[in-house]
Design a protein around this ligand. Sequence first.
Ligand code: ADP
Length: 175
Amino acid sequence: MTTVTLVQGDITRQHADALVNAANSSLLGGGGVDGAIHRRGGPAVLAACRALRASRYGKGLPTGQAVATTAGDLDARWVIHTVGPVWSPTEDRSHLLASCYRESLRAADGLGARTVAFPALSTGVYRWPMEDAARIAIATVRATPTTVEEARFVLFDTHAYETFARELGGPGRPG
Ligand code: ADP
């Protein structure tokens, strides 16, 4: 049974077996979480991403999929990169957002990671409304069979934290 926990803060300051990156499909860095992960992870993370682009993911990592690399200088063993969908007001892409959480947990299981920290995927530059994103994130993690013991959501600001807390059923309560 996975325990869902919430903290407010910067995901790159977290200690966990794996940190999930809100990557873009190029895997070569970007803004938001991605920029912060690469800044703190250092050149080893970028080198591992470049190697993935040169091998399995020549066209980039497709939306909804996940792949792990070293965590470089971060306080973790692995970074799991996943590409969230861009919010669309006209097309339901919820299955792709759910897939990011599911595939990240599957990657974590493959690595033997017991603690995994997630950001609120797609809620930044990709504009997904926080409440809907929180609902999908928590429901998917709760419904996914996994050997991960703690799925920790790391929310950057008070609004994100409070929205996730409401969705979870109260601050700090385990899922
Ligand atoms: P996406 O492109 O998937 O929308 P972003 O990185 O732009 O990803 O944003 C995802 C969420 O992560 C947003 O809610 C943003 O406020 C938050 N965020 C940005 N930087 C950090 C960080 N260092 N740690 C945790 N969350 C962050």
